[in-house]
Design a protein around this ligand. Structure first.
Ligand code: MOS
Length: 740
């Protein structure tokens, strides 16, 4: 009867999505609903001297105008609450009168119509005193740089490090040293659905939000903090959500929506309030992937064995801390790659700038670290005259290897298996015990078109961990008589379009040994379930799956004792991990990692600088494909998004102003940019800690793309370009510089 796992069932939400029945946040409309608009500062750094809302309040159809002084606790933030909910004078946030990026908000207007709310925003008079703009990492680190967040004394937001072994001694004994300085870009999530939501007071008097996020209980916590209310007076419901990719880990409209419902109720008005950001507001208002500058120096033996790695990383954290410090902790776990490196010295500094805040984004610091690691490994191969796949086998980790932070890699290391699978299908073969290319790419008839092949591999952690005890709570109901006729799962795992509710349903069906059509997977609602945790860090299949196994076992026990219906609320605890030692960075940071490798063939037009991916092979070990079609979709989506990151997506900020605030200036891949040929190899080597052997997939295939493309461009042209996106301008500049 079981056997749902491993089948490519249609997504449980597919019918409602294709028919248009599914209600996304911006589709929600309730009787009597009011509309809200936020007044964006539209300037990167300023002190607000005064706000005059009287013009807005005098307008017909304007119901309320709220400013900083209306926010009970005027602060929020993922790691530390360094961001005002609304910027302006007279709030309880001592520096809350400052705006620090263009998307900071000064007031909200609630009105009968969206147009009236917009008119109200325009009628608000704000007096600003501009402050010096810190637009780049370099400016942020100048000793006399204007400090964004007093009472801090500099713009250093956070730091992290790893020190292992004796780096200086190892460099002295190395046969060869390779150095590089790499720059990775910002990236916009470009999800289909801009931020939106509705708030109202529910039948039990709770402030209720229907909004798009990635972790409902975390949203609830942030709202409760800012409103100074107990968490159980806040309820967060997630309707259908049009994409996230990490960009919804930080709050957007959550707190102002809740504030609106709260303040209106105080004034005796109980009407739902809706807000939806325009695309421009979304691009200016939500965080971007962190740009990094990474300087790396690696030393190796003549046979290709890496003996020492030194890296200095600096990230542009933007105006507020958000998730930056933990993004950097992932970056430094990736900056030495999936390799056995015994001597390591890594320092990372995150700085505040007046740019749009930086955020979680698919890979969460991993892609930035991986770019430097894989560029270094490919340059090392070249310097030693070795094949890039062959050199990796002199360094790839295996079960029992130690991480650079001292602890063993979690069991189930499959870095070698993915590299082997990818290389074998991507243009390499093993001959007489050595990996070598099967040939060189065919030459183009047009001599200005050069072809090249590049390789990279990577790993990605599952879960945040780093001392945070991963957990997942859920409530399972079993209904029926002699057999289980229906199983209802209440949880808060967020469906952002990746298919998690379908995968959860398949795992639940097998855990209970019932057909898939007897499970009912509810949508997240904090008033109906415990906290299943964040949909991020590729953790949900792993964590929810392990939680389902335990919860189903408990429920079956009660079922056998003839309880009808069975209701079990249970919280699964992940394995403990440890946080980093402040001096050495040593820790046992993660429960598990998953592994990926990519071989990319490109065509470089040396006249126009255009790079086209002509063939792409990716191998990813997912442990167990719960729903193979969905796994394929995750891999393909990650690869296309990563191809955009590597080649196309160019988020431009100048002195704190966003120069690419829409999709005609910020280009993302379309169907025409999909690689001509693509083969995805899904390995299913069971993760000993994963449910049914499953591990994560959402982020992994993203990580190796940019360095594989850069290596292919090198193979085609003989030029290393150490930054991306590899737009035609960047490529032509690189080729010209090399000629000069
Ligand atoms: Mo993700 S980038 O961990 O939401």
């Amino acid at each position: 009867m079981s056997g749902s796992i491993g089948k490519s069932f249609d997504r449980i939400d597919v019918r409602s999505k294709v028919t248009g029945e599914a209600k996304y946040t911006s589709d929600l409309t309730y009787p009597g609903q009011l509309h809200m608009k936020a007044l964006f500062a539209e300037r990167p750094h300023a002190r607000i001297l005064s706000i005059d809302t009287s013009g807005a309040e005098a307008l017909d159809d304007v119901v309320a105008v709220l400013t900083a002084k209306d926010v009970p606790v005027n602060e929020y933030g993922y790691i530390q609450p360094d961001q005002p909910v609304l910027c302006g004078p007279d709030s309880n946030n001592p520096y809350g009168d400052r705006v620090r990026f263009v998307g900071d908000q000064v007031a909200v207007v609630i009105a009968e119509t969206e147009e009236a709310a917009e008119k109200g925003c325009k009628a608000i008079e704000v007096e600003y005193e501009d402050l010096p703009v810190v637009g780049t990492i370099e400016e942020a680190l100048k000793p006399d740089s204007f400090v964004l967040h007093p009472p801090m004394e500099s713009n250093v937001m956070s730091t992290s490090r790893i020190i292992t072994g004796d780096v200086d001694k190892a460099f002295a004994e190395a046969d060869i040293i390779v150095e590089g300085e790499y720059r990775t870009p910002a990236q916009e999530h470009a999800y289909l659905e801009p931020e939106a939501g509705v708030s109202y007071i529910d039948e039990e008097g709770r402030i209720t939000l229907e909004v798009a996020g990635q972790w409902a209980h975390k949203d609830r916590m942030a709202v409760a903090h800012a409103l100074n209310l107990p968490e159980d007076q806040i309820r967060v419901i997630y309707p259908y959500i049009g994409g996230a990719f990490g960009g919804r880990e930080d709050n957007s409209v959550q707190i102002i929506l809740a504030l609106a419902a709260y303040k209106l109720k105080e004034r005796g008005i109980e009407r739902p309030v809706k807000i939806r950001w325009t695309r421009e507001e979304s691009i200016k208002g939500h965080g971007k992937r962190h740009p990094f500058i990474i300087r790396a120096k690696w030393g190796a033996k003549r046979d290709g064995t890496v003996v020492a790695a030194e890296s200095e990383l600096i990230s542009d954290g933007g105006a507020y801390a958000c998730t930056t410090a933990i993004v950097s902790k992932v970056a430094i776990l990736n900056v030495t790659g999936p390799y056995d490196v015994p001597n390591v010295r890594i320092n990372c500094t995150d700085v505040y700038t007046n740019n749009v805040p930086r955020a979680a984004f698919r890979g969460f610091g991993g892609p930035q670290g991986a770019f430097a690691a894989e560029m270094q490994m490919n340059k090392l191969a070249e310097a030693l005259g070795m094949d890039p796949v062959e050199i990796r086998f002199h360094n790839l980790i295996k079960d029992g290897s130690l991480q650079v932070v001292g602890a063993p890699w979690p069991p189930g290391v499959t870095a070698r298996e993915v590299v082997e699978a990818c290389a074998g299908a991507g243009g390499w073969k093993k001959e007489d015990g050595f990996w070598k290319r099967t040939g060189t790419p065919d030459e183009e008839r047009d001599p200005s078109i050069k072809r090249g092949l590049g390789f990279a591999c990577s790993h990605k952690n599952i879960g945040f961990s780093h001392g945070f005890r991963e957990n997942a709570a859920m409530t399972l109901e079993l209904h029926g008589g002699s057999t289980i006729e229906k199983a209802v799962l209440r949880h808060t795992a967020t469906e952002v379009g990746q298919g998690t509710h379908t995968a959860i349903g398949q795992m639940l069906a097998d855990a209970l040994d019932i057909p898939f059509d007897r499970v009912e997977i509810k949508r997240p609602d904090t008033s109906r379930s415990g906290d299943t945790g964040s949909v991020s860090a590729s953790r949900m299949t792993f964590m929810a799956g392990n939680a389902i196994r335990e919860t189903a076992d408990l429920a079956i026990g009660k079922w056998k004792e003839e309880e009808r219906p069975v209701i079990v609320a249970h919280k699964h605890l992940g394995l403990p991990t440890t946080g980093d030692d402040p001096e050495t960075g040593h820790c046992d940071p993660m429960i598990s990692y998953a592994y990926t490798a990519e071989a990319v063939e490109v065509q470089v037009d040396t006249v126009t600088g255009q790079v086209t991916i002509s063939n792409l092979v990716c191998a990813t070990d997912v442990g167990r494909a719960i729903n193979p079609l969905q796994v394929d979709a995750q891999v393909e989506g990650a690869l296309v998004q990563a191809a955009g990151y590597a080649l196309l997506e160019n988020f431009v900020e100048q002195d704190g102003y966003v120069k690419t605030p829409d999709f005609s200036t910020y280009l993302i891949p379309t169907v025409l940019d999909i690689p001509e040929k693509n083969k995805n190899i899904i390995l299913e080597i069971p993760d000993p800690r994963g449910p049914w052997g499953a591990t994560g997939v959402g982020e992994m295939p993203f990580l190796a793309m940019a360095p594989a493309v850069a290596a292919a461009v090198y193979d085609a042209t003989g030029v290393w370009i150490d930054k991306f996106p590899l737009t035609p301008e960047v490529v032509l500049d690189g080729l010209e510089e090399a000629e000069a």
